[in-house]
Design a protein around this ligand. Structure first.
Ligand SMILES: [Zn+2]
Length: 355
């Protein structure tokens, strides 16, 4: 639901300007327009999407309310926070109970989570009363072995690439890979491999390697280190140390729709509806503040999925949802186009609502 109260107080108390000195054009059709709104805001029919002037407007309710819609990035249907809360409440203490609850949300799971869930279903058959943690602990060993093999193979490749460097530079790389190998193979619970630490060590090599092209190759290889988001073994190993509750929640948590700032806030992206998309927690977290243009290069499926997302939004507006926000598809399409340097070119078509 839209809660216009805060917006009105902002609008009526402040003079509205924006950095481009463009006269704000409002086309917002709130059901409960106070008198002051009419007086302070020029009413015009035409709207330039790039300049939707919601200054100081942090309301994300209309976008959040899209709820079960496909993620414009990965294309998986998203879950609502309300559904997530229902999962949290109903995981019980046994794998049998957790699985019967999670089955209702299986269609929202991402590929790795779905695969892990299928493994858990299998393992639970003979031990329905065991917790999810117990199941993961019991089946961890072969997964750990697989994970270590992948991690070591990446380290081997990094060493191989570094052979093109001078011997001093090669030594620097080897320091990192040798230390990392120790962490990867450690049986001591206190000495754990941390992907973040490894990548930071690789980052630190940047100033020590003169050949930038080779450094980039090393960096690219290092980034292949598996994560629990993209690798089943990494998921099982990591979450075998967590609680039953956490494991159950994690299977669907990253499928919950979150507000994505198309232009990241850290880059000056504004809190405006035209800068918002509902995006799954997984993609949102993974993209972080990577510029959209770069992100699309590594996630080309986004071109198709943003189109599906906008098509669905238009369908819903035509069906009477998102009242007062029929400008949203065009505004978001413009933001996507600008922020991706033209790589995402969504067509806005079929909108039957005029406001
Ligand atoms: Zn996604």
């Amino acid at each position: 639901m839209i809660q216009p109260i805060n917006l009105f107080s902002v609008l009526s108390s402040k003079k509205i300007t924006n950095s481009n000195n463009i006269q704000p054009k409002f086309n917002v059709n709130f059901a409960t327009k106070p008198d002051s709104f009419e007086k302070t805001v020029p009413q015009e029919k035409i709207l330039a999407p790039a300049y939707v002037p919601f200054l100081g407007y942090a309301h994300d309710e209309p976008v959040r309310a899209l709820g079960n819609i496909i993620c414009p990035c990965c294309g998986v249907e998203m879950m609502t926070q309300k559904q997530m809360n229902a999962v949290s409440k109903d995981l019980g203490n046994t794998s049998a109970k957790a699985i019967s609850t999670l089955k209702n949300y299986e269609k929202y799971m991402h590929p790795v989570e779905k695969e892990c869930f299928n493994l858990m279903k299998d393992w639970s058959k003979s031990k329905p009363d065991a917790s999810l943690k117990d199941l993961l602990q019991e089946n961890k060993a072969p997964q750990l072995e697989k994970l270590q093999a992948k991690q070591n193979s990446i380290l081997d490749t990094v060493d191989e690439i570094s052979k093109q460097l001078s011997s001093t530079e090669q030594e620097e790389v080897k320091k990192v890979t040798d230390t990392t190998r120790k962490f990867v193979s450690s049986t001591d619970k206190e000495i754990k491999f941390k992907r973040k630490t490894f990548l930071k060590d690789i980052d630190d090599l940047k100033s020590k390697i003169s050949n930038k092209e080779i450094y980039t190759q090393i960096h690219k290889e290092a980034e292949k280190m598996p994560t629990s988001q993209n690798d089943v073994s990494a998921f099982i190993v990591k979450y075998s140390e967590r609680t039953h509750q956490e494991i159950g929640e994690r299977l669907v948590k990253l499928s919950v729709g979150t507000i994505e700032h198309i232009k990241p806030r850290s880059e000056g992206g504004r809190n405006t509806v035209s800068n918002y998309m509902l995006e799954c927690g997984g993609c949102n977290h993974e993209r972080s503040s990577i510029p959209l243009g770069d992100w699309v290069d590594s996630h080309p499926e986004m071109k198709e999925n943003t189109q599906k997302y906008i098509d669905e939004v238009i369908k819903r507006i035509n069906a009477g949802e998102m009242k007062g926000f029929s400008f949203y598809p065009a505004a978001v399409a413009r933001t996507l186009y600008e922020q991706s340097d033209g790589k995402i070119d969504v067509k806005v078509q079929g909108l039957n609502v005029e406001e």
